[in-house]
Every structure is written in structure tokens, then in C-alpha cells.
Design a protein around this ligand. Structure first.
Ligand code: ATP
Length: 328
């Protein structure tokens, strides 16, 4: 690994996700292993422009692998979307002798990284971290597995009350563009119907399915709705619509919201974060840039950031088929 990189900066940006701390830890420790200095950048690209930096060593990241959120904090920065903002950020990097960046976040973070890298010829590697699992080129993003388990746990609890009162529950889960959380948690928690952004099968299909469920003797039902689903109705309007068109259901709505982002990362996310963090530093030391470190069929892979941002969504139609069969 002959290279000219002596100091790497690491930041977390966009929505926080469980496993970000574990990824920072892996980046810092990989830097230490390869004798490269590491600088933590607070508050994402905003802190980068403001020079909000702290030198990190292997001991600075003790006791964080098990913590949710990100100790470096995250931010959304409008100023970094401008060339003037990115110029400020570059000046901070040169002032602090930082040669390369690891950016941990979602597609917005990667888009900013691509512009920044192109404009200033700066090596940048991305680590996908977003609970939505909506990044191409990796089977999993950091935080997704933890969020999925949080959601299944919440639905299990709601089912207890649904079955005690013969209720129909609409449960909204995160997923603006990707239905991965809804589809997998829906199957895992035994939902009757699952509405996702990738397909709009219409509310009639849902009504028909509920009618059939009722006739087959089901007394309570759970419908999992991804926040970005495409019926054109929000979850409260969906519930009202069903109430108007189906007799005899006591309907309730539950929006899970931000509990899905929090909590201690699952073991899967901690291991994934460790692999991707080490992979990111090794990619930079190999001279790679503008790549995302992802996981494909159990292997750590380097994928162009442009592919990660613009690639096809990876909606698994087999899951829909399994959901339909197992909810009869
Ligand atoms: P999540 O998936 O959780 O929303 P994200 O990384 O997509 O995460 P964004 O808020 O979209 O979150 O992006 C994070 C930051 O990346 C933005 O606040 C902004 O600073 C930067 N960014 C996003 N899009 C661009 C862009 N087109 N040009 C430059 N910078 C950008």
C-alpha cells in the first residue's frame, strides 16, 4: 500500500443511523493500524466548512461500538450545496493537512462527496449509512438491520393489543423511496397487507384482502405502510377509507416515527460497520476515490459513488410473493 495519504478525515452526514459510531471506530482504528493520522469532523459537511475538527486515535473511540446515533453528530448543510461552501471546506482541509475523506451517510452525502472530489481532486470514499437501505451497489446499508428489528419489535407489541380488542391497525414505518423496511418487517411480524413505494396496487386490493381475511376468520389485522407508498392517501386517510368501505372493523393508526432511527446497533450492523470502515481506509490507501464500500453477497466491494447514487432500486419481488402467500 504505497501512497501519499498521511491524514484522513471522517464525518457523518444526513440522517443518523445505528452503526455510524461503529463505522467511525473502524475507520479510526484502521488508520491507526496503517499509521495514518485520523481527524474526526463534527456535524458533517457543515462542520467541515467551519473547521470543527478533532484529532482521533485508537483510544478516542473506545466504548462507542455499541452506541446508537453518531458521536461526531450529523447535519444537513445547504451551504455545502454551493461551490462557495465547498471551497470553504477545501480551505479547511488544506489548512489542517487532511489528504482524504471518508464520508458516512446516504445518497445526498455521496452526491456532495462526488462534486467535492471532482472539483478539488480530493480522494473521497463513502460508507452507506441509512436505515432505508435505499443505496444501490450494496446489499445492506448501516442501520437498516437495527431499524428492522426495532420495527418488528414494535409491531409485535401492537399486535398484542390488536388481538386483544379485535382491531385493525395501520402502522406507518420509514421508507420514502424504498419499501425494504415495510416489506421485511411486514413479513417478519406477520402483517396482513404491506404497502410500499415501489408498487401501487391500489387501495381496492387492500380492501379485498381485508374482506377475505375477515371471511377466513381473522379477528385482528396489521397493515404495514411505508411512508412513501403511492396510493395518494396518507395513513390517516387510508384508515378512514377502509372504515368507510368495510363494516365491523375497529381501526387504529400508529406512526412509529423516530424510534426507528434510535437504539443500540444490532450485532449485524456492528460487524458490517467494522468491515466497511476498514474497507474504506484500505480503499483510500490503495489510491481509490469516488467509490462506496458496500457488501455484495457477503463480500466487501468498491462501487463507483455515481452507481450508488443513480443505480436501479433493488426491490425484491420474491418478498412480495412470500408476503401474499403467508398472509392468507
Ligand atoms: P438520508 O438518506 O438519511 O437522508 P443523506 O446523506 O441522503 O442521508 P441528505 O440530507 O440528502 O442526507 O444529504 C446530506 C448532506 O449532503 C446535505 O445536507 C448536503 O450538505 C450534502 N448534499 C446533498 N446533496 C448535495 C448536492 N446535490 N450537492 C452538494 N452537496 C449535497
Amino acid at each position: 500500500m504505497a501512497n501519499t495519504i498521511k491524514k484522513i478525515g471522517v464525518l457523518t452526514s444526513g440522517g443518523d443511523a445505528p452503526g455510524m459510531n461503529a463505522a467511525i471506530r473502524a475507520v479510526v482504528r484502521a488508520c491507526s493500524f496503517y499509521n495514518v493520522d485520523c481527524v474526526g469532523i463534527y456535524r458533517g459537511y457543515q462542520g467541515l466548512m467551519e473547521g470543527d475538527f478533532e484529532e482521533l486515535n485508537a483510544r478516542s473511540v473506545r466504548n462507542i461500538i455499541n452506541k446508537g446515533g453518531t458521536f461526531l453528530k450529523s447535519a444537513r448543510s445547504m451551504e455545502f450545496k454551493t461551490i462557495e461552501g465547498r471551497k470553504k471546506a477545501y480551505e479547511q482541509l488544506t489548512k489542517n493537512n487532511i489528504d482524504a475523506l471518508v464520508v458516512i451517510g446516504g445518497d445526498g452525502t455521496f452526491t456532495g462527496g462526488v462534486y467535492f472530489s471532482q472539483e478539488f481532486d480530493l480522494p473521497i470514499v463513502g460508507i452507506p449509512a441509512t436505515i432505508d437501505n435505499d443505496i444501490s451497489g450494496t446489499d445492506f446499508t448501516l442501520g437498516y438491520d437495527t431499524a428492522l428489528n426495532t420495527v418488528v419489535d414494535a409491531i409485535d407489541k401492537i399486535r398484542d393489543t390488536a388481538s386483544s380488542h379485535n382491531r385493525l391497525f395501520f402502522i406507518e414505518v420509514m421508507g420514502r423511496d424504498a419499501g425494504d423496511i415495510a416489506l421485511n418487517s411486514g413479513i417478519g411480524a406477520g402483517a396482513e397487507e404491506i404497502l410500499i413505494p415501489e408498487e401501487d396496487e391500489g387501495v381496492e386490493r387492500m380492501l379485498e384482502s381485508l374482506r377475505k381475511s375477515k371471511m377466513s376468520g381473522k379477528l385482528s389485522s396489521i397493515i404495514v405502510v411505508a411512508e412513501g407508498e403511492k396510493s395518494g392517501k396518507n395513513i390517516f386517510q387510508l384508515a378512514e377509507y377502509v372504515e368507510e368501505h368495510l363494516e365491523g372493523y375497529d381501526i387504529r393508526v400508529s406512526v412509529l416515527g423516530h424510534i426507528q432511527r434510535g437504539g443500540r446497533p444490532s450485532c449485524f450492523d456492528r460487524v458490517l460497520a467494522s468491515k466497511l470502515g476498514v474497507g474504506a481506509v484500505e480503499a483510500l490507501l490503495d489510491g481509490d476515490s469516488k467509490v462506496m464500500i458496500g457488501l455484495s453477497h457477503q463480500h466487501v466491494v468498491r462501487v463507483p459513488l455515481t452507481v450508488a447514487i443513480n443505480g436501479e432500486a433493488k426491490y425484491d419481488k420474491e418478498l412480495r410473493r412470500v408476503a401474499d402467500i403467508t398472509s392468507v
